[in-house]
Design a protein around this ligand. Structure first.
Ligand code: RAT
Ligand code: ZN
Length: 420
């Protein structure tokens, strides 16, 4: 980053230039992705065919060209699916949606001309690229210092890799994800037993102890930054159900005693159209009194929270004002669109100052880091320019140094301090 001048910035133009520099040069920690360190082999998705068949685009292709059903779509091999999506969503229709623009931003930053020939050109580009080279290219272009994975000890393929003690790239950090345990207790019971934790379907002291032993063992192995779960829109706590029992008796004590934050991503309506598979989930409004109860009842546990419904965003900010142990993060999934990112980021700055994490990528394909961060950085810069101009108008002596400090907090510092 170029050196700074310590004199206050007087004009909106000087402020805007300082913001652009800070936002472009500050490395980010991407706190939630579905990427893996290359040691995890085929679990790490990368390359143009994966990029073009992102599940956000599957939902778009099925409604844009109804002559190919979801069954027909899934019956095709990956390369044919990519060609179908490219033809329908990029050649026959203007690639105007955010997910489509994202593919084009990514290709452009890799030096591939945005145009109807993009898929063919990109396949040519990738012919001689190795995954290690590509990780370096993508992290450099997205200016991400580190990315946090989603690590599921219940996933057989992933568990096998962990058990083989892989040699991880330190830029990829772990997060332990426990959806099966909290959302499907019956299935989790069978899995835990098979993994050597003799739990019973009814909750006894011994069962809680075995769940806790499972969490401890996997935390030792993964060294996770946080424990995570995606929860449905109707998640209620406390409730007379398996999930609440496990949260109260195993998850909260685990997080408290080990000093590991609990990340909750709340608001999904799973598989409202099952034929779409990964692309078939919807969104619902969450009754956030459960969050108030969790934060109030556990001041010594730190909660990282993102919510999926637009209508829940204001309440999340207000709740965070009341609870220092709550850190809102990201513009998740269906909210990761420019109009909503602008709205949410403005609201968060106004209500919380800089005490939140503005964005994570949720990248499922390595290449997506490029566009998700490019688009988000530009939108965050737009909001910062407005807010700093309003601040400077009061006569406050705003410096470039201060802007850099703030952006560093937003892009990495707040998270690092919260998980430390
Ligand atoms: O954004 C997504 O790709 C979703 O499919 C989910 O992965 C969601 O982010 C999650 O982590 O559950
Ligand atoms: Zn995700």
């Amino acid at each position: 980053m170029p050196p700074t001048d310590l004199k206050p910035l007087r004009t909106p133009k000087a402020i805007a230039e300082a913001v652009d520099r800070a936002v472009a040069y500050t490395p980010s920690t991407d706190m939630h992705t579905h990427l893996y360190t290359p040691a995890f082999g085929s679990l790490l998705l990368w390359g143009v065919d994966e990029l073009v068949t992102y599940h956000y685009l599957i939902a778009e292709v099925l409604r844009t060209n109804r002559s190919v059903s979801s069954e027909d779509y899934w019956a095709m091999p990956l390369a044919r699916r990519a060609e179908h999506i490219w033809r329908v969503l990029f050649v026959e229709n203007e690639p105007i949606s955010e997910a489509r623009r994202g593919v084009l931003t990514t290709l452009a930053k890799l030096g591939i001309t945005a145009g109807p020939n993009g898929l063919a050109e990109a396949r040519e580009y990738f012919r001689d690229v190795t995954v290690e080279q590509h990780v370096d290219t993508v992290l450099r272009l997205s200016n991400a210092r580190s990315v946090v994975m989603t690590n599921d000890p219940f996933d057989d393929a992933e568990r096998a890799v962990w058990l083989s003690e892989p040699d991880p790239d330190p830029r990829f950090r772990a997060a332990m994800r426990i959806d099966l345990l909290l959302n499907s207790w019956e299935a989790a019971t069978a899995k835990l037993r098979a993994m050597g934790y003799p739990v019973s379907p009814v909750f006894t002291r011994a069962t809680y102890a075995e769940i806790r032993r499972f969490l401890d063992d996997w935390a030792e192995r993964m060294d996770p930054l946080y424990l995570a779960v995606s929860l449905p829109y109707d998640f209620t706590y406390p409730a007379d159900d398996a999930r609440s029992r496990i949260i109260a008796n195993c998850v909260l004590p685990f997080c408290r005693e080990r000093g590991i934050p609990f990340a909750m991503m709340v608001g999904v309506k799973r598989l409202i159209n099952p034929a779409l598979q990964l692309a078939g989930d919807g969104v619902g409004l969450w009754d956030m009194r459960s969050l108030e109860r969790l934060c109030a009842g556990n001041p010594d546990v730190r909660f990282l929270v993102t919510v999926l419904a637009r209508e829940n965003q204001h309440e999340l900010c207000v709740t965070a004002r009341k609870f220092p142990n709550l850190l809102p993060f990201g513009c998740w999934w269906f909210l990761n669109d420019p109009s909503l990112i602008l709205e949410m980021t403005r609201m968060r700055v106004e209500l919380l100052g800089f005490s939140f994490v503005p964005q994570h990528s949720d990248a499922r394909v390595l290449d997506q880091l490029i566009y998700k961060w490019a688009h988000s950085r530009a939108l965050i810069a737009t909001v910062l320019k407005e807010k700093y101009a309003d601040l400077a108008a009061t006569g406050w002596p705003l410096t470039e140094e201060a802007i850099r400090r703030d952006v560093q907090q937003l892009f990495a510092g707040n998270l690092e301090a919260f998980v430390a």
